[in-house]
Design a protein around this ligand. Structure first.
Ligand SMILES: NC(=O)C1=CN([C@@H]2O[C@H](COP(=O)(O)OP(=O)(O)OC[C@H]3O[C@@H](n4cnc5c(N)ncnc54)[C@H](OP(=O)(O)O)[C@@H]3O)[C@@H](O)[C@H]2O)C=CC1
Ligand SMILES: O=CCCC(=O)O
Length: 292
Protein backbone atom coordinates (compact mmCIF):
# COMPACT_ATOMS: atom_id res chain seq x y z
CA UNK A 1 0.00 0.00 0.00
CA UNK A 2 2.03 2.96 -1.24
CA UNK A 3 -0.83 5.30 -2.24
CA UNK A 4 -2.94 6.94 0.42
CA UNK A 5 -5.58 9.67 0.63
CA UNK A 6 -5.52 12.25 3.43
CA UNK A 7 -8.37 14.55 4.48
CA UNK A 8 -7.66 17.45 6.84
CA UNK A 9 -4.44 19.46 6.69
CA UNK A 10 -4.58 20.94 10.19
CA UNK A 11 -1.70 20.79 12.68
CA UNK A 12 -1.78 16.99 12.82
CA UNK A 13 -2.95 16.08 9.32
CA UNK A 14 -0.31 18.19 7.63
CA UNK A 15 2.51 16.74 9.75
CA UNK A 16 1.28 13.18 9.17
CA UNK A 17 0.79 13.62 5.41
CA UNK A 18 4.26 15.20 5.12
CA UNK A 19 5.71 12.25 6.96
CA UNK A 20 4.06 9.79 4.56
CA UNK A 21 5.41 11.78 1.58
CA UNK A 22 8.90 11.73 3.11
CA UNK A 23 8.68 7.94 3.34
CA UNK A 24 7.82 7.48 -0.32
CA UNK A 25 4.02 7.23 -0.19
CA UNK A 26 1.99 8.86 -2.95
CA UNK A 27 -0.44 11.07 -1.06
CA UNK A 28 -3.68 12.61 -2.37
CA UNK A 29 -4.76 15.42 -0.05
CA UNK A 30 -7.86 17.51 0.54
CA UNK A 31 -8.56 20.31 2.98
CA UNK A 32 -11.66 22.48 3.40
CA UNK A 33 -9.39 25.54 3.22
CA UNK A 34 -7.51 24.77 0.04
CA UNK A 35 -4.55 27.07 0.74
CA UNK A 36 -3.35 24.71 3.47
CA UNK A 37 -2.54 22.16 0.75
CA UNK A 38 0.01 24.36 -1.04
CA UNK A 39 3.04 23.25 0.96
CA UNK A 40 2.00 19.60 0.60
CA UNK A 41 1.78 20.07 -3.18
CA UNK A 42 5.29 21.51 -3.21
CA UNK A 43 6.42 18.29 -1.53
CA UNK A 44 4.77 16.10 -4.17
CA UNK A 45 1.21 15.60 -2.90
CA UNK A 46 -1.71 15.51 -5.35
CA UNK A 47 -4.37 18.03 -4.30
CA UNK A 48 -8.00 16.97 -4.83
CA UNK A 49 -11.15 19.09 -4.79
CA UNK A 50 -13.39 16.96 -2.59
CA UNK A 51 -13.14 14.05 -0.14
CA UNK A 52 -15.00 11.99 -2.76
CA UNK A 53 -12.30 12.74 -5.34
CA UNK A 54 -9.64 11.52 -2.89
CA UNK A 55 -11.39 8.26 -2.12
CA UNK A 56 -12.01 7.68 -5.84
CA UNK A 57 -8.25 7.74 -6.46
CA UNK A 58 -7.08 5.82 -3.38
CA UNK A 59 -7.75 2.38 -1.94
CA UNK A 60 -7.16 3.74 1.56
CA UNK A 61 -8.03 7.23 2.80
CA UNK A 62 -7.26 8.73 6.22
CA UNK A 63 -9.24 11.56 7.87
CA UNK A 64 -7.80 13.86 10.57
CA UNK A 65 -10.54 16.39 11.34
CA UNK A 66 -11.19 18.69 14.26
CA UNK A 67 -14.28 17.22 15.93
CA UNK A 68 -17.37 15.00 15.45
CA UNK A 69 -19.16 17.59 13.26
CA UNK A 70 -16.17 17.84 10.91
CA UNK A 71 -15.63 14.06 10.87
CA UNK A 72 -19.28 13.55 9.90
CA UNK A 73 -19.24 16.35 7.33
CA UNK A 74 -16.46 14.87 5.18
CA UNK A 75 -18.36 11.59 5.06
CA UNK A 76 -22.02 12.56 4.71
CA UNK A 77 -22.07 16.02 3.06
CA UNK A 78 -22.03 16.81 -0.66
CA UNK A 79 -18.72 15.70 -2.16
CA UNK A 80 -18.18 13.47 0.86
CA UNK A 81 -16.62 10.05 0.86
CA UNK A 82 -19.95 8.17 0.75
CA UNK A 83 -20.26 9.31 -2.87
CA UNK A 84 -17.29 7.16 -3.92
CA UNK A 85 -16.60 4.60 -1.21
CA UNK A 86 -17.31 1.06 -2.40
CA UNK A 87 -16.03 -2.51 -2.26
CA UNK A 88 -12.22 -2.51 -2.18
CA UNK A 89 -11.96 0.92 -0.50
CA UNK A 90 -11.03 1.62 3.11
CA UNK A 91 -11.61 4.70 5.24
CA UNK A 92 -9.64 5.36 8.43
CA UNK A 93 -10.75 8.15 10.75
CA UNK A 94 -7.87 9.26 12.99
CA UNK A 95 -9.71 12.28 14.46
CA UNK A 96 -10.57 12.33 18.16
CA UNK A 97 -14.33 11.78 18.28
CA UNK A 98 -16.83 9.91 20.45
CA UNK A 99 -17.68 6.24 19.87
CA UNK A 100 -21.15 7.11 18.56
CA UNK A 101 -19.73 9.26 15.76
CA UNK A 102 -17.22 6.60 14.82
CA UNK A 103 -19.87 3.86 14.76
CA UNK A 104 -22.14 6.01 12.58
CA UNK A 105 -19.34 6.60 10.08
CA UNK A 106 -18.31 2.94 10.13
CA UNK A 107 -21.84 1.71 9.45
CA UNK A 108 -22.32 4.14 6.55
CA UNK A 109 -19.01 3.10 4.96
CA UNK A 110 -19.88 -0.59 5.42
CA UNK A 111 -23.34 -0.05 3.88
CA UNK A 112 -21.60 1.14 0.70
CA UNK A 113 -19.36 -1.95 0.65
CA UNK A 114 -16.25 -0.24 2.06
CA UNK A 115 -14.29 -1.08 5.20
CA UNK A 116 -13.67 1.18 8.18
CA UNK A 117 -11.14 1.64 10.94
CA UNK A 118 -11.04 4.29 13.64
CA UNK A 119 -7.51 5.14 14.68
CA UNK A 120 -7.21 8.18 16.97
CA UNK A 121 -3.70 8.99 18.15
CA UNK A 122 -1.87 9.95 21.29
CA UNK A 123 0.99 12.37 20.76
CA UNK A 124 1.01 15.89 19.41
CA UNK A 125 2.56 17.98 16.64
CA UNK A 126 6.20 16.96 17.24
CA UNK A 127 5.51 13.21 17.53
CA UNK A 128 3.39 13.56 14.36
CA UNK A 129 6.34 15.16 12.55
CA UNK A 130 8.72 12.52 13.87
CA UNK A 131 6.48 9.48 13.26
CA UNK A 132 6.26 8.81 17.01
CA UNK A 133 2.48 8.74 17.52
CA UNK A 134 0.65 6.06 19.48
CA UNK A 135 -2.15 4.68 17.30
CA UNK A 136 -5.34 3.41 18.95
CA UNK A 137 -7.08 1.47 16.18
CA UNK A 138 -10.34 -0.48 16.17
CA UNK A 139 -12.62 -1.86 13.48
CA UNK A 140 -11.90 -3.92 10.36
CA UNK A 141 -8.89 -6.11 11.21
CA UNK A 142 -7.94 -6.79 7.57
CA UNK A 143 -7.74 -3.03 6.94
CA UNK A 144 -5.63 -2.64 10.08
CA UNK A 145 -3.20 -5.33 8.90
CA UNK A 146 -3.06 -3.82 5.41
CA UNK A 147 -2.36 -0.32 6.60
CA UNK A 148 0.40 -1.24 9.08
CA UNK A 149 3.19 -0.04 6.73
CA UNK A 150 1.65 3.45 6.89
CA UNK A 151 0.99 3.20 10.65
CA UNK A 152 4.63 2.19 11.14
CA UNK A 153 5.66 5.44 9.46
CA UNK A 154 3.19 7.55 11.46
CA UNK A 155 3.63 5.98 14.87
CA UNK A 156 5.97 4.25 17.29
CA UNK A 157 3.33 1.76 18.39
CA UNK A 158 -0.09 0.67 17.09
CA UNK A 159 -2.74 -0.96 19.25
CA UNK A 160 -5.61 -2.97 17.76
CA UNK A 161 -8.50 -2.64 20.24
CA UNK A 162 -11.31 -4.68 18.65
CA UNK A 163 -14.69 -3.28 17.69
CA UNK A 164 -15.30 0.27 16.45
CA UNK A 165 -15.76 2.60 19.42
CA UNK A 166 -12.97 1.13 21.55
CA UNK A 167 -10.32 3.34 19.92
CA UNK A 168 -12.43 6.46 20.51
CA UNK A 169 -13.07 5.50 24.13
CA UNK A 170 -9.39 4.76 24.84
CA UNK A 171 -8.38 8.10 23.34
CA UNK A 172 -10.97 10.00 25.40
CA UNK A 173 -9.86 8.32 28.63
CA UNK A 174 -6.24 9.24 27.91
CA UNK A 175 -7.07 12.86 27.09
CA UNK A 176 -9.38 13.18 30.08
CA UNK A 177 -6.43 12.25 32.32
CA UNK A 178 -4.13 14.60 30.41
CA UNK A 179 -6.54 17.56 30.69
CA UNK A 180 -7.00 17.00 34.42
CA UNK A 181 -3.23 16.79 34.91
CA UNK A 182 -2.74 20.03 32.99
CA UNK A 183 -5.14 21.77 35.38
CA UNK A 184 -3.38 20.52 38.50
CA UNK A 185 -0.02 21.45 36.98
CA UNK A 186 -1.24 24.98 36.17
CA UNK A 187 -2.64 25.47 39.68
CA UNK A 188 0.67 24.30 41.15
CA UNK A 189 2.72 26.69 39.00
CA UNK A 190 0.53 29.63 40.01
CA UNK A 191 0.52 28.59 43.67
CA UNK A 192 4.32 28.43 43.65
CA UNK A 193 4.56 31.86 42.06
CA UNK A 194 1.97 33.59 44.28
CA UNK A 195 3.48 32.16 47.43
CA UNK A 196 6.91 33.52 46.60
CA UNK A 197 8.55 30.47 45.02
CA UNK A 198 10.19 30.23 41.62
CA UNK A 199 8.01 28.28 39.13
CA UNK A 200 11.20 27.33 37.31
CA UNK A 201 12.60 25.76 40.47
CA UNK A 202 9.30 23.92 40.92
CA UNK A 203 9.75 22.46 37.43
CA UNK A 204 13.20 21.18 38.41
CA UNK A 205 11.87 19.65 41.63
CA UNK A 206 8.96 17.96 39.81
CA UNK A 207 11.24 16.55 37.16
CA UNK A 208 13.34 14.73 39.74
CA UNK A 209 10.48 13.07 41.59
CA UNK A 210 7.75 10.47 41.27
CA UNK A 211 5.44 12.64 39.16
CA UNK A 212 8.04 13.61 36.53
CA UNK A 213 6.54 13.20 33.07
CA UNK A 214 7.14 14.28 29.45
CA UNK A 215 4.18 16.70 29.46
CA UNK A 216 5.39 18.71 32.48
CA UNK A 217 8.94 18.62 31.06
CA UNK A 218 7.87 19.81 27.62
CA UNK A 219 5.12 22.30 28.45
CA UNK A 220 6.45 23.70 31.76
CA UNK A 221 9.19 26.03 30.42
CA UNK A 222 6.96 27.48 27.68
CA UNK A 223 4.10 28.01 30.16
CA UNK A 224 6.39 29.88 32.54
CA UNK A 225 7.41 32.16 29.67
CA UNK A 226 3.77 32.54 28.49
CA UNK A 227 4.44 30.88 25.12
CA UNK A 228 1.23 29.17 24.03
CA UNK A 229 1.98 28.55 20.36
CA UNK A 230 -0.54 25.77 19.62
CA UNK A 231 0.59 22.16 19.28
CA UNK A 232 -2.70 20.88 20.68
CA UNK A 233 -5.36 23.63 20.49
CA UNK A 234 -7.21 24.26 23.76
CA UNK A 235 -10.61 24.12 22.01
CA UNK A 236 -9.86 20.49 21.03
CA UNK A 237 -8.82 19.57 24.58
CA UNK A 238 -12.12 21.01 25.85
CA UNK A 239 -13.99 19.00 23.21
CA UNK A 240 -12.23 15.87 24.49
CA UNK A 241 -13.13 16.66 28.12
CA UNK A 242 -16.75 17.15 27.07
CA UNK A 243 -16.83 13.84 25.18
CA UNK A 244 -15.06 12.00 28.02
CA UNK A 245 -17.58 13.37 30.53
CA UNK A 246 -20.40 12.12 28.29
CA UNK A 247 -18.74 8.69 28.33
CA UNK A 248 -18.68 8.96 32.11
CA UNK A 249 -22.41 9.78 32.12
CA UNK A 250 -23.18 6.75 29.96
CA UNK A 251 -21.26 4.50 32.35
CA UNK A 252 -22.33 6.16 35.62
CA UNK A 253 -18.73 7.02 36.46
CA UNK A 254 -18.35 9.95 38.84
CA UNK A 255 -15.65 12.28 37.45
CA UNK A 256 -15.47 15.41 39.64
CA UNK A 257 -11.83 16.14 38.76
CA UNK A 258 -12.47 15.95 35.01
CA UNK A 259 -15.64 18.03 35.39
CA UNK A 260 -13.70 20.79 37.15
CA UNK A 261 -10.98 20.64 34.50
CA UNK A 262 -13.62 20.93 31.78
CA UNK A 263 -14.95 24.09 33.44
CA UNK A 264 -11.44 25.58 33.38
CA UNK A 265 -11.02 24.82 29.68
CA UNK A 266 -14.48 26.29 28.99
CA UNK A 267 -13.56 29.43 30.91
CA UNK A 268 -10.32 29.68 28.91
CA UNK A 269 -12.30 29.35 25.68
CA UNK A 270 -14.75 32.00 26.81
CA UNK A 271 -11.95 34.54 27.16
CA UNK A 272 -10.59 33.79 23.69
CA UNK A 273 -7.85 31.25 24.42
CA UNK A 274 -9.36 28.40 22.36
CA UNK A 275 -6.91 28.58 19.48
CA UNK A 276 -3.85 28.67 21.74
CA UNK A 277 -2.16 25.56 23.08
CA UNK A 278 -4.16 23.72 25.75
CA UNK A 279 -1.48 24.71 28.29
CA UNK A 280 -2.90 28.27 28.04
CA UNK A 281 -5.48 27.14 30.63
CA UNK A 282 -2.66 28.23 32.98
CA UNK A 283 -3.68 31.84 32.27
CA UNK A 284 -7.04 31.52 34.02
CA UNK A 285 -5.42 30.51 37.32
CA UNK A 286 -3.28 33.65 37.30
CA UNK A 287 -6.31 35.91 37.63
CA UNK A 288 -6.65 37.07 41.23
CA UNK A 289 -9.68 38.57 42.99
CA UNK A 290 -9.65 42.39 42.85
CA UNK A 291 -8.90 43.77 46.33
CA UNK A 292 -11.99 45.27 48.08
N1 LIG B 1 -2.97 18.79 17.80
C1 LIG B 1 -2.75 17.72 18.56
O1 LIG B 1 -1.80 17.68 19.36
C2 LIG B 1 -3.61 16.52 18.47
C3 LIG B 1 -4.87 16.54 17.91
N2 LIG B 1 -5.62 15.41 17.88
C4 LIG B 1 -6.95 15.41 17.28
O2 LIG B 1 -6.74 15.39 15.88
C5 LIG B 1 -7.76 16.14 15.22
C6 LIG B 1 -7.13 17.26 14.41
O3 LIG B 1 -6.41 18.08 15.30
P1 LIG B 1 -5.50 19.31 14.80
O4 LIG B 1 -4.81 18.94 13.55
O5 LIG B 1 -4.72 19.73 15.97
O6 LIG B 1 -6.64 20.37 14.51
P2 LIG B 1 -6.62 21.68 13.60
O7 LIG B 1 -7.61 22.59 14.23
O8 LIG B 1 -5.24 22.16 13.37
O9 LIG B 1 -7.20 21.14 12.20
C7 LIG B 1 -8.52 20.76 12.07
C8 LIG B 1 -8.82 20.25 10.68
O10 LIG B 1 -10.22 19.96 10.58
C9 LIG B 1 -10.73 20.66 9.44
N3 LIG B 1 -12.14 20.99 9.65
C10 LIG B 1 -12.70 21.62 10.70
N4 LIG B 1 -14.03 21.72 10.54
C11 LIG B 1 -14.32 21.15 9.35
C12 LIG B 1 -15.52 20.91 8.64
N5 LIG B 1 -16.71 21.29 9.12
N6 LIG B 1 -15.45 20.28 7.44
C13 LIG B 1 -14.26 19.88 6.96
N7 LIG B 1 -13.07 20.06 7.58
C14 LIG B 1 -13.11 20.68 8.78
C15 LIG B 1 -9.87 21.89 9.33
O11 LIG B 1 -10.02 22.46 8.04
P3 LIG B 1 -9.70 24.03 7.79
O12 LIG B 1 -8.24 24.12 7.61
O13 LIG B 1 -10.50 24.36 6.59
O14 LIG B 1 -10.19 24.77 9.02
C16 LIG B 1 -8.50 21.28 9.59
O15 LIG B 1 -8.02 20.61 8.46
C17 LIG B 1 -8.70 16.61 16.33
O16 LIG B 1 -9.73 15.69 16.47
C18 LIG B 1 -7.81 16.60 17.56
O17 LIG B 1 -8.55 16.47 18.76
C19 LIG B 1 -5.15 14.20 18.34
C20 LIG B 1 -3.90 14.11 18.87
C21 LIG B 1 -3.05 15.27 19.02
O1 LIG C 1 -5.11 14.76 21.55
C1 LIG C 1 -4.02 15.32 21.77
C2 LIG C 1 -3.01 14.66 22.54
C3 LIG C 1 -1.77 15.44 22.71
C4 LIG C 1 -0.69 14.57 23.30
O2 LIG C 1 -0.88 13.36 23.44
O3 LIG C 1 0.37 15.14 23.59
Amino acid sequence: MQEVGFLGMGIMGKAMAMNLLRHGFKVHVWNRTLSKCIELKEHGAFVEETPAAVIKKCKVTIGMLSDPAAALSVVFDKGGILEEVCHGKGYIDMSTVDAETSIKIGEAVNDKGGVFLEAPVSGSKKPAEDGQLIILAAGEKALYDGVLPAFDVLGKKSFYLGEVGNGAKMKLVVNMIMGSMMNAFSEGLVLADKSGLSPTTLLEVLDLGAIANPMFRMKGPSMVSSDFNPAFPLKHQQKDMRLALALGDENAVSMPVAAAANESFKKARSIGLGDLDFSAVYEIFKVTEPSP
